[in-house]
Design a protein around this ligand. Structure first.
Ligand SMILES: [Zn+2]
Length: 258
């Protein structure tokens, strides 16, 4: 279920990155697909999310909050209003008949305990942030467009607004610079917006190393970074859009304060 799991009982801070194992989705989304409820069986996605909630030790009924990710630079503050009516079906939004759409955002920040923030990716960076002492955490979907749109500074700024003074960051599994081939003009454009992201594939063509760019940006924002996990494209334990296209499920980065 988890490619990485760490929970500190002292501070209550937990971070986790999922892999594709331990769920109920059928091929090609086998098995722990946490997104794509438009293509996968929504009831399977709900069950997979329930397993993640149980796996991180959150009590039944506690919210695992998701958003409708559209490569924006928008940050949602997850407060009591957001979770007031949250239930097990809420994370799939309007994939459950008659239910409301999820709020559109590509980052979430909360100061609430017992609430998990769940960001879903397949090659894009899942970035988790926390200032456990201040009691503020964030989860960010940081792909090429969102990074260039400065979603990370936006999320860190929101955390500081809510009292964070020393946020630290974790970057989870994503497509690596050796694999993420792009046209040279695009590489140069992204590197201007996120310096340090220009790279070269293992076969010698222009590419993007978004994790390297994100790490440099976070460091400049005063957030020490821990890199976790390998390349989604080359690991069969992970979901990859570059490798599997529309057949790719979604793994998750999850952060919470117990
Ligand atoms: Zn790779």
């Amino acid at each position: 279920v988890f490619a990485h799991f760490d929970h500190d009982p002292g501070s209550g801070l937990g971070i986790a990155f999922t892999d594709r194992h331990g769920g109920v989705s059928l091929p090609p989304f086998d098995t722990l697909n946490l997104g794509r409820s438009d293509l996968d069986d929504p009831t399977a996605v709900v069950e997979n999310l329930r397993r993640v909630r149980d796996g991180i030790g959150l009590a039944a009924g506690r919210p695992v909050v998701t958003v409708r990710q559209e490569h924006t630079a928008e940050v949602l503050v997850v407060d009591e209003t957001v979770i007031e009516h949250w239930d097990d079906l809420s994370p799939i939004g309007d994939a459950a008949p008659g239910r409301p759409r999820l709020a559109r955002a590509d980052a979430m920040v909360t100061g609430l305990r017992g609430v998990a923030l769940c960001i879903r990716v397949a090659d894009c960076l899942p970035v988790l942030l926390a200032d456990a002492a201040a009691g503020v955490v964030a989860a960010v979907h940081a792909g090429r467009v969102g990074l260039a749109g400065q979603i990370l500074p936006n999320a860190v700024r929101q955390m500081r607004t809510m009292g964070a003074t020393a946020p630290v960051a974790w970057i989870g599994p994503s497509v690596c610079g050796g694999c993420y081939e792009v046209p040279v003009a695009l590489r140069d454009e992204v590197d201007r917006a996120v310096p340090g992201s220009a790279a070269t594939t293992t076969w010698g063509t222009p590419s993007l190393d978004l994790a390297a760019g994100a790490e440099r940006q976070l460091s400049e924002l005063g957030c020490p970074v821990t890199r976790i996990g390998g390349c989604t494209r080359t690991s069969s334990d992970l979901y990859s859009h570059r490798r599997d296209g529309a057949d790719a499920g979604r793994l998750a980065g999850v952060v919470w304060l117990s």
